[in-house]
Ligand binder design. Structure first.
Ligand code: BES
Ligand code: MN
Ligand code: ZN
Length: 492
């Protein structure tokens, strides 16, 4: 999808989107178009329920071509998130309409803290994010079912400023798209080796990318991560991505992702129904990868490191057993109670490795860690845990700013104790109740005193429903939030 910015003028071709305020009050270009078309727009409005309420639309065919009237309400509550939703709706309305291009006239919005140029840029951004499709495996889609829309022109006074503002947003969208691609990819195509090969391609974006194989991980003593992968025919990997946009020696911010390319549960096998969903059990690692691409893409003035643990959790003659005791890189031993509680084992070594090698300012891990988190918060908010209030507050603010909601969950000794084992330092699965919290307490044992947060994105990584700016499939949820967090507090 091409997104361009231009001065407001009536276009020679393509569809046209024009604004209408509440009570059918037309904006100035809308008034002009109405008189050009012999009053057709006014007529169409009074013949329909369209009144100009926020996000209402009405399509009218006129001598000027297809015109979509777009409701902007009072025009006063229009912020960047509102504009993203509008851009997304416009893209959705016209994607398969037969139109190849559309011009959106952006005028008459008052009272928002952001400048009109920024908001116009976010309209283009919303349209771009919603235009994403994962269609590489469809060979038989009919031409008539394919989207036609390929270009959106956002028309705004100050279009040059809008275009400049859009550059960073485009970089963010590209990161989000990488995350969505990785999450949607089937597990016979995306497995630790092919995944790490794909991440090596991020060198072209300016990232330093390093891959550790089982030999290196064995040397490092990563018994927790390696135990998970030992039932798989495919070699486990850790990929380290670095972006150095700040001073040498400045400690980095660190992001750590669970990359279970497929989670069968291992010997503690999952039931068959819905097991195909476990291809997206690498969602956390995909957010980390997408985020690193964004930071490089917009040349963020920050040192950042992304570490992803890539494994496949399979049942096999060589698979790990319930009852096994493994030794993690930290030296702490873990009794395996349930081989399906594998994500925390991968993260235990990935977190410890990140901590020791990089001594980061903070670590945030992302993981599709527990079904219990979906029970708690559904697919609306992401539950997160933190051992540091400043980091926690900054994350919540970032979520609010980009429209990705997060909800803080508790840690604590009483929960933590539930992970004690009778024969080792800890066990990998506790009682059923509070399962997301005890999982977080397990992870906390691998971060020492580093400011840390764990985001359990089990409910967020995948959506079976289209939502504004997020088509169904892999969502890319979290990339925008973490990018905002970095930008607001850790750059320069
Ligand atoms: N990947 C799953 C969690 C999950 C389930 C994510 C459904 C998204 C949708 C994780 O590895 C897992 O199996 N967790 C277990 C932990 C339990 C065995 C302690 C769970 O949630 O049941
Ligand atoms: Mn599992
Ligand atoms: Zn899992």
């Amino acid at each position: 999808m091409r997104i361009v910015f231009a001065k407001p003028v009536f276009p020679k071709k393509g569809a046209l989107v024009l604004g209408v305020k509440e009570n059918r009050v037309m904006l100035s270009m809308t008034v002009e178009a109405d008189s050009e078309s012999g009053g057709l727009l006014k007529q169409a409005m009074s013949a329909s329920r369209f009144t100009g309420k926020g996000h209402q639309t009405l399509t009218v065919f006129t001598s000027l071509g297809r015109i979509v009237l777009y409701g902007i309400g009072t025009g006063k509550s229009i912020d960047t998130l509102w504009c993203e939703k509008a851009g997304s709706n416009i893209q959705a309305a016209l994607a398969g309409s037969g139109e190849t291009e559309v011009s959106v006239v952006f005028e008459g919005h008052e009272g928002s803290p952001e400048g009109i140029e920024a908001r116009a840029a976010h309209l283009g951004y919303g349209a771009l994010l919603n235009s994403y499709r994962f269609d590489k495996y469809r060979t038989k889609e009919k031409k008539d079912d394919k989207p036609t829309l390929s270009k959106i022109t956002v028309m705004v006074d100050g279009h040059v400023k809008a275009r400049n503002h859009f550059a960073d947003l485009r970089a963010i969208a590209q990161g989000v798209f990488l995350t969505r691609d990785l999450v949607s990819e089937p597990p016979n195509v995306l497995y630790p080796v092919s995944y790490s090969d794909r991440l090596k391609e991020l060198k072209r974006d300016g990232l330093k990318v390093q891959v550790l194989g089982e030999r290196e991980m064995t040397k490092l003593g990563m018994g927790a991560l390696l135990g998970v992968g030992q039932g798989s025919a495919r070699e486990s990997k850790i990929v380290v991505m670095q972006w150095n946009g700040s001073k040498r020696g400045e400690p980095p911010v660190a992001f750590v992702g669970k990359g279970v390319c497929f989670d069968t549960g291992g010997i503690s096998l999952k039931p068959a129904g819905g097991m195909e969903d476990m291809k997206w059990d690498m969602g956390g690692s995909a957010v980390v990868s997408g985020l690193m691409k964004v930071l490089a893409g917009r040349k963020a003035k920050v040192n950042a490191v992304g570490v992803v643990g890539l494994v496949e959790n399979m049942p096999d003659g060589n698979a790990q057993r319930p009852g096994d005791v493994v030794t993690s890189m930290s030296g702490q031993t873990i009794e395996i109670i349930n081989t399906d509680a594998e994500g925390r084992l991968v993260l235990a070594d990935a977190l410890w490795y990140t901590l020791k090698r990089f001594k980061p300012k903070f670590m945030i891990d992302l993981a599709t860690l527990t079904g219990a988190m979906m029970v708690s918060l559904g697919q609306v908010n992401c539950g997160y845990f933190a051992n540091d209030d400043e980091l926690s507050d900054r994350m919540a603010e970032a979520g609010e700013a980009v429209g990705e909601g997060i909800w803080r969950m508790p840690l604590g000794d009483e929960y933590n104790k539930m992970m004690d084992s009778d024969i080792a330092d800890m066990k990998n699965a506790g009682p059923r109740y509070g399962g997301s919290i005890t999982a977080a307490c397990f992870l906390e044992r691998f971060v020492d005193n580093c400011p840390w947060s764990h985001m359990d994105i089990a409910g967020m990584a995948w959506s079976s429903m289209d939502k504004p700016t997020v088509p169904k499939g892999g969502t890319g949820w979290g990339v925008r939030l973490l990018n905002h967090l970095v930008k607001a507090h850790y750059e320069g």
